[in-house]
Design a protein around this ligand. Structure first.
Ligand SMILES: C[S@@+](CC[C@H](N)C(=O)[O-])C[C@H]1O[C@@H](n2cnc3c(N)ncnc32)[C@H](O)[C@@H]1O
Length: 339
């Protein structure tokens, strides 16, 4: 019998303990440690005073994070932010601060404890654990909705640059961002294309928090916000409809219902731009395959292969015209099937 490689065992053990790393980074993000270290070194006692935490225990957290390379530990329990920790700053262009602050929230953390149930039954873990779906839960818990929306907003900064570099929005007159959250994507697209008009469409309690972001981006006058449900109707009259990280939240039947509403809203020659990760061949594409598990656990959706998207679009009377590769995600461009 072949002996297991001891290094493999160690690598595997660290993977098994990945939840500890995730929660430690979550706590640092929640406390805003990276922002406090943005341009100065501080002792753990100073950081404890600034964050209202227990000094000797905060030190234990910080030295553990330094052992991972997010911080450097200097003489006298003094810490500085290392290169790996920079994206934990809320103002970093590629910030993951909002995402880290979200993923460890107790209600979401608990949902992941239902993964075994999901794998046994095929059912959504979140509903099994909380008795409701993520969107109803967040709607009833405004603070969780705000944390989630901030996570989406900060995650989208880097994705926006890649999207703008990949997809030519200058050819459109009016863009509807379907399930656009608090507007990070549409703000970036409108700012880059002064001739474009926009509509931000999402649930009423989500779009109601979009005004400040749209104003900061200087696009408020060109962007209407509309609250509603994409299962009922989507604003009509645009020549482009973008759905980013929306279709993956839903199983096929619901995804087709959303796309069918978008299909109904399309005018002559309108395009549908689906921005999602695409499942890679076997053994590749860790991010999409773990995001797929996250969809199973959280919203109850899935990531898809290119072929899955073709089938989904067909069921909504849409046709895939081309796929643009933006690195960590793709833009699947579709149009009405009968045009
Ligand atoms: C994963 S987030 C993506 C947000 C945004 N597109 C982005 O890329 O950052 C999914 C979005 O779908 C929205 N959503 C969920 N159910 C909805 C519904 N029935 N009608 C409209 N929007 C909905 C959520 O509020 C959320 O903003």
């Amino acid at each position: 019998m072949a002996h297991a490689d001891p290094d493999s065992a160690n690598t595997l053990r660290r993977m098994v303990e990945g939840y500890q790393v995730s929660q430690a980074i979550h706590v640092a993000a929640t406390l805003g440690i990276a922002d406090l270290l943005a341009d100065t070194r501080r002792t753990s006692d100073e950081l404890a005073a600034a964050t209202g935490t227990h000094p000797p225990t905060l030190y234990r957290l910080l030295r553990a994070l330094a052992s991972l390379g997010l911080l450097h530990e200097l003489e006298g329990h003094r810490f500085e932010l290392a290169a790996l920790g920079q994206p934990l700053r809320s103002d970093a262009p590629d910030s993951v601060a909002g995402w880290a602050a979200f993923v460890g929230r107790p209600y979401y953390w608990q949902a992941w404890s239902g993964l075994l149930h999901s794998v046994r039954t095929g059912e959504n873990a979140f509903r099994h654990v909380h008795g409701t779906d993520v969107w109803s839960y967040r709607s009833a818990h405004p603070e969780e909705s705000a944390v989630f929306d901030r996570a989406m907003t900060t995650l989208s900064r880097r994705a926006n640059a890649a999207l703008l570099a990949t997809c030519d929005f200058g050819r459109f007159r009016m863009l509807v961002d379907v399930g656009g959250g608090t507007g990070a994507l549409i703000a970036a697209v409108l700012a880059a294309h002064p001739g474009l008009q926009g509509v931000l469409f999402d649930q009423p309690h989500v779009v109601s928090a979009a005004a400040a972001l749209l104003a900061r981006a200087g696009v408020a006058e060109r962007c209407r916000t509309v609250g509603g449900s994409f299962f009922e109707a989507v604003p009509e009259g645009a020549d482009a409809y973008v759905l980013r990280a929306v279709i993956h939240d839903w199983e096929d039947d619901d995804a087709v219902r959303i796309l069918a509403q978008v299909r109904r809203a399309l005018g002559e020659g309108s395009k549908v731009l689906i921005v999602e990760r695409v499942i890679a061949p076997p053994d590749e594409g860790r991010d999409a395959k773990f995001s797929d598990l996250n969809m199973l656990v959280g919203p109850g959706g899935r990531e898809r292969t290119r072929e899955d998207f073709v089938a989904l679009l067909e069921h909504a009377a849409l046709r895939l015209e081309r796929v643009l590769d933006a690195g960590s995600f793709c833009v699947l461009e579709a149009a009405a099937a009968d045009t």
